[in-house]
Design a binder for this molecule. Structure first.
Ligand code: CO8
Length: 260
């Protein structure tokens, strides 16, 4: 599939920078953009050469939400389908086998905040703004925001964001735990790529299993979660990378992981 609204930039070490580029509406998500994202994330996690994906937006916005122009005239069933397309796309990011880092370079509103929430790690520029403005439009977050936001920052702050529909700045987002780090706008992408490169040096299967243990374990009871961790931990002893990592440590060498 050729992408009209996605720019893919392959960096060293299997790091991919994916830029959502629909600048005239501040990268808002219409059906076309969502279908492209869905297609991209359907394929990228199976690409052996890819290690980490950095997701960002073109221009002054990360993603200013779902496309209000498109949503304005949706029927109930079309609204359902649109919500499902967004939710399914974000699920692919969350469940995907490789880490996705959101580099939030500006507005992350509504569906934009929700796509950042589906990513594994969120970094922001000082001028980033986060918000769930949906109740001001007569709807509620519809790409999983009511669920992921409470898990990320707790019900008190999540309800404040959703009920007031007000934006918060990057500094507050960091204080509330919505983003891990805040950087100057001109250094954000480099910092995200630097983190991606660090992750890319680690054992890929160990990254994959820790992501799935965190995702599945956080949605279940503690005993089941511990069993998920034990199983993943045990399975990794069947990998070449476990032997490589431990031998390298014992021989005081740098490990070279093969992903096997
Ligand atoms: N949808 C469509 N167009 C948009 C959107 C959007 N979300 N955001 C911005 N635009 C357009 C503007 O209409 C404008 O177009 P034009 O130049 O033709 O007038 C252009 O982008 C530039 O925007 P502004 O002139 O408004 O730029 P400002 O810098 O003045 O303001 C803001 C930037 C504050 C981001 C402002 O554009 C804004 O408030 N945008 C809307 C943000 C918003 O409410 N987003 C949430 C949408 S709802 C949502 O995401 C729900 C997700 C779940 C859906 C589930 C479906 C079932």
């Amino acid at each position: 599939m050729d992408y009209k609204f996605l720019k893919i930039d392959e960096k060293e070490n299997g790091v991919i920078v994916l830029t959502i580029s629909r600048e005239k509406t501040l990268n808002s998500l219409n059906t076309e953009v969502l279908k492209e994202l869905s297609d991209f994330f359907e394929k990228i996690f199976d690409d052996e050469a890819t290690s980490v994906i950095v997701l960002t937006g073109a221009g002054k916005s990360f993603v200013a939400g779902a496309d209000i122009g498109e949503m304005a005239t949706l029927s109930a069933t079309e609204g359902y389908d649109f919500g499902k397309l967004g939710m399914d796309t974000l699920m692919k990011i969350e469940k995907g086998r490789k880490p996705v880092i959101a580099a939030v370079n500006g507005y992350a509103l509504g569906g934009g905040c929700e796509i950042a929430l589906a990513c594994d790690i969120r970094l922001a520029s000082k001028n980033a703004k986060f918000g769930q403005p949906e109740v001001g439009l007569g709807i509620i977050p519809g790409f999983g925001g009511t669920q992921r936001l409470i898990r990320a920052i707790g019900p008190g702050y999540a309800k404040e964001m959703i009920f007031t529909a007000k934006m918060i700045d990057a500094e507050r987002a960091e204080r509330w735990g919505l983003v891990n780090h805040v950087y100057e706008p001109e250094e954000l992408l480099d910092k995200a790529i630097e983190m991606a490169n660090t992750i890319a040096q680690r054992a890929p299967k160990a990254i994959q299993y820790s992501k799935s243990a965190i995702e599945s374990g956080s949605q279940t009871d503690i005993e089941t979660a511990m069993e998920i961790e034990r199983t993943s931990f045990g399975l990794l002893f069947s990998t070449e990378d476990q032997r490589e990592g431990m031998n390298a440590f014992l021989n005081k060498k740098q490990a070279k992981f093969s992903g096997k």
